[in-house]
Design a binder for this molecule. Structure first.
Ligand code: KG4
Ligand code: ZN
Length: 350
């Protein structure tokens, strides 16, 4: 649905367009106020990590209930920190997917209530596109076109970001997302949840000296496959257990992380060069991985590609990135949603 031309022109003529954005797709309740798509006035994140840790992963029903408990206070804090009231807000934005349906519905229902009460536009944002936009908040100079390596808990893809709201999929995982593989391997070697940061940390003390037996079926394509390496690590651990050998967590972590980050970094560079782009942008939680960051740093320098990562806080889930992408949906395309918006567990990448 498009907003009226009058309203769009009015918004375009404003010096400051403030969007209040809500993100509740997984285990973070987050509300932000973002000005003109780039300036974060506030970005409050209430994490549920402590609540889910004892279960070894996110429990969807518990996540939904905690979003309900948190969302009013988080919104109030976001407005206070931005020095705003609801009267200063021009539009509301909310993540509609991908994610846990019950969790998403909490944010969506709350956002609808606000939009209805204030009679303001509501913008439905894809969580994945929000992750890309996290880079606009960190790097003032960044403009499309660029290649994006999307590496989150639920998605892994290489995208050609032609313009703010025009994205083409170049490659994607055919099985597990890379974050999922990190989390699974972490669980198998006894590091627990959330796995990615724990593997990253412990790998620094290890040697990448284990060769896991696996065949990468996607070696010669722009797509990825991570289930082979994941299974190879699981088999290796089980074999050690059967032989009563003590596993070396840090060496397994370092060896697994090396395989995965080589694959991500090499393919991202190959595609960037093939498409003759000179900017590579990293998006999603696994973008926080130090080995991935180091490898891409070196390869981009060698190949004259400008590399962008979101700041660490904006790599993982937050509402500011949703507020940024919403601005371009609204101002570039006049795109808003009806109050019959519902949640989607999957969303298109393009
Ligand atoms: O993008 P994100 O916050 O959530 C989704 O939208 O899925 O990504 C979460 C994923 C988890 O799988 C987590 O283990 C991983 O990002 N992650 C990391 C690191 N920090 C977070 N993976 C590897 N190294 C890290 N430092
Ligand atoms: Zn995410």
């Amino acid at each position: 649905m498009e907003i009226s031309e009058d309203l769009l022109n009015k918004l375009k003529s404003k010096k400051s367009v403030k969007i209040l954005a809500i993100e509740s797709s997984c285990d973070e309740t987050s509300v932000a106020v973002v000005e003109n798509g780039r300036n974060v006035l506030s970005n409050v994140i209430a994490s549920q990590i402590d609540i889910h840790t004892r279960f070894g992963g996110v429990v969807p029903e518990i996540a939904s209930r905690n979003h309900i408990t948190a969302i009013s206070n988080v919104t109030r804090q976001a407005l206070d920190q931005a020095n705003c009231t609801l009267d200063d807000i021009d539009a509301f934005a909310v993540t509609y997917g991908a994610g846990l349906l019950g969790a998403l519905l909490v944010g969506i229902s709350f956002a609808k209530g606000l939009a209805y009460m204030k009679n303001l536009p509501l913008i439905a944002v894809s969580h994945i596109k929000g992750h890309i936009a996290a880079n606009y908040l960190t790097h003032e100079d960044l403009r499309p076109p660029f290649v994006c390596l999307l590496v989150s808990g639920g998605h892994t893809a290489i995208l050609d970001v032609v313009d703010y709201t025009h994205i083409k999929v170049i490659g994607t995982t055919i099985d597990d997302a890379v974050g999922e593989a990190f989390d699974k391997v972490a669980r198998v070697i006894g590091l627990g949840y959330p796995g990615g940061p724990k593997i990253d940390k412990i790998a620094k003390q290890g040697n990448a000296n284990i060769e896991f037996r696996h065949h990468n079926t996607m070696a010669n394509s722009n797509n990825f496959s991570f289930s082979g390496i994941k299974t190879a690590v699981i088999n290796y651990v089980h074999k050690c257990e059967q032989n009563n050998e003590k596993i070396k967590q840090e060496d397994i972590a370092a060896s697994f992380q090396k395989v995965v980050t080589d694959e991500l970094a090499n393919k991202a560079i190959k595609v960037t060069k093939n498409l003759q782009r000179n900017q590579l942008v990293i998006a999603g939680g696994v973008g926080a991985n130090s080995e991935l960051q180091n490898k891409l740093g070196v390869l981009c320098k060698e190949n004259n590609i400008k590399l962008y990562f979101p700041s660490l806080k904006l790599c993982t889930d937050n509402a500011a990135m949703i507020g940024s992408y919403a601005y371009y949906q609204l101002l570039d395309n006049g795109e808003v949603t009806d109050l019959d918006l519902t949640a989607s567990s999957v969303v298109p990448l393009e």
